[in-house]
Ligand binder design. Structure first.
Ligand SMILES: Cc1ncc(COP(=O)(O)O)c(C=O)c1O
Length: 306
């Protein structure tokens, strides 16, 4: 499907959306009340970041988005090159250097009276906003207090966690639990009591010099993958296996990974200070994560000249 020429840099200062095939101001981006993306959470999405004028690992985010579309039997009328152009266009038109950039596909609206998802025309949306942190920089410096919730993440047998999805009621309820207890954010467990993930992030711990993270029941985060690759590059021992909550509470260091902030060291678990904050391995990985943003293989610079 042809893409309209992206508006000039800064046309929609502060943020831009791509909706119904056109670049529009954020306030003009709308979806139907009857879209199954809204009424059934029948949608997938992905979020990439743009930092200092360049996308980070955009190809990996687009790969995951197209894989999620296939798994949910959704499709968009754009090629990979066109998708890239749309996302660049949103950042450029929004006049953004550091941006949160989302691509979304919903099932759409089936014909009146029909309940057959095959009859719906899938809808595609994208938007770029100023960068959104999982925890703002002042909170990161003060130290994130993570609530380890007993709430169970929706079963991977029910909703494939590798598909980035809007099934967030469990995560949102765990956030309320965290706030009720005076904590900053939360993570949930799987049915066997292993640490799963949190609202927008994967979870890691360090114990006796070894980095640990869950092997299943989680979104395969692009930032998680970056940390896994950095551990290999920096020869830091790594175990990817089920992580019991009781073991997690004995961690030396804990950190979260997300496109919304990269590697985020945690200071406390349920109010109890961790032995090391920011721990030396978390700090090393955090520094290495941001250093990667300068490596050409990971960067896709936005052209603001048009
Ligand atoms: C449930 C969940 N887990 C993990 C992540 C981290 O994924 P990524 O590193 O690709 O941002 C996210 C990101 O939004 C998420 O929603």
């Amino acid at each position: 499907m042809p893409i309209p020429t992206a508006p000039k840099a800064g046309t929609f200062e502060g943020g831009c959306a791509f909706c119904d095939g056109a670049f529009v101001a954020l306030a003009d981006a709308k979806i139907s009340l009857f879209d199954w993306g809204f009424t059934r959470s029948d949608a997938t999405y992905d979020v990439a970041s743009c930092w200092k004028g360049a996308f980070f690992r955009l190809g990996d985010h687009m790969d995951r988005f197209f894989a999620s579309l296939d798994r949910l039997r959704l499709s968009i009328p754009y090629s990979r090159a066109e998708l890239r152009e749309i996302l660049h266009g949103c950042v450029r038109a929004g006049g953004l250097q550091d941006a949160y950039v989302a691509m979304v596909c919903t099932r759409g609206v089936p014909p009146k009276g029909a309940r057959d998802p095959r009859l719906a025309t899938n809808r595609f949306y994208a938007y770029a906003l100023p960068f959104v942190w999982i925890a703002p920089p002042d909170k990161q410096a003060a130290g994130i207090d993570l609530h380890v919730s007993e709430r169970v993440r929706i079963a991977p047998e029910s909703v494939d966690p590798r598909v980035k999805n809007y099934h967030w009621i469990d995560l949102v309820q765990s956030l309320f639990d965290a706030y009720d207890r005076g904590r900053d954010t939360s993570c949930v467990v799987d049915a066997q009591g292993h640490i799963a993930e949190g609202p927008g992030f994967n979870v890691f711990m360090v114990k006796d010099g070894v980095v640990h993270t869950a092997d299943r029941g989680v979104l395969e985060g692009v930032s998680r993958r970056t940390v896994i690759e950095l551990c290999q590059r920096l020869a830091i021992p790594l175990t990817i296996a089920p992580l019991p909550a009781a073991t997690f509470r004995q961690a030396d260091e804990v950190f979260l990974t997300s496109t919304g902030g990269g590697v985020l060291p945690v200071a406390r678990l349920d109010g109890v200070p961790l032995p090391q904050f920011p721990g030396p391995i978390s700090k090393r990985l955090q520094d290495a994560y941001w250093a990667l943003h300068d490596e050409p293989a990971y960067r896709d610079p936005v052209d603001y000249g048009r």
